[in-house]
Design a protein around this ligand. Structure first.
Ligand SMILES: [Zn+2]
Length: 194
């Protein structure tokens, strides 16, 4: 993961705020705070810090939560929002989530954007934009594609700086841990690098 890329994420999420986009509600902000707690939990477990919450839009009842657990689950599908959507469907005993809002700390990837469409998620709110893999406005705008039978315009950049900061700090810690290990082992490559 490239450092400069992650430094740009916060800026991108600010730029992503457009006049024609629905504004986040106070409840969306509160749910993002909850998603950030889940993201920190992921970081504590050595997972890339992303957290997600699905809530019933009219009542605010939380139906599903998740944090990234790709490493521990050894599954490419174990993204935070993927797990939160599956749990919400199980709680509702329904695969349709039209009256629900997904709140996630990082812009959904193509896989998760596909699940959002298939689950008919009514609203999507995200924190940091992902210029490398985002499919909800950055690389693709899958959830707004007119050719598909369900569309949702995401609300980007909600607490985007805090979401991006968590990711930057995680990758910085990872890099410094790698350097320390390399120094301790005194590998020939490290010696050459000095
Ligand atoms: Zn994903």
């Amino acid at each position: 993961m490239n450092r400069a890329l992650w430094m740009r994420i916060g800026q991108r999420s600010m730029l992503a705020r457009r006049g024609d986009v629905e504004q986040a509600t106070r409840r969306d902000e509160a749910m993002m705070a909850r998603a950030l707690v889940l993201a920190r939990r992921a970081a504590d477990l050595g997972e890339i810090p992303v957290g997600a919450v699905v809530y019933h839009t009219p009542s605010g009842a939380v139906l599903g939560e998740g944090h990234n657990q790709r490493e521990h689950a050894r599954s490419p599908a174990a993204h935070a929002e993927f797990l939160a959507i599956e749990r919400a469907c199980a709680a509702r005993k329904d695969w349709r989530l039209n009256d629900c809002t997904l709140v996630v700390t990082l812009e959904p990837c193509a896989m998760c954007a596909g699940l959002i469409i298939n689950a008919r998620v009514g609203r999507v709110v995200y924190g940091a934009a992902d210029p490398k893999a985002g499919a909800a406005g950055s690389l693709y705008a899958l959830t707004e594609d007119r050719r598909l039978n369900h569309r949702v315009r995401p609300i980007p950049g909600v607490q985007g700086e805090a979401c991006a900061l968590l990711l930057r700090e995680f990758f910085e810690r990872l890099r410094s841990a790698r350097k320390t290990r390399a120094r301790a082992s005194g590998s020939p490559r490290t010696r050459r690098a000095r």
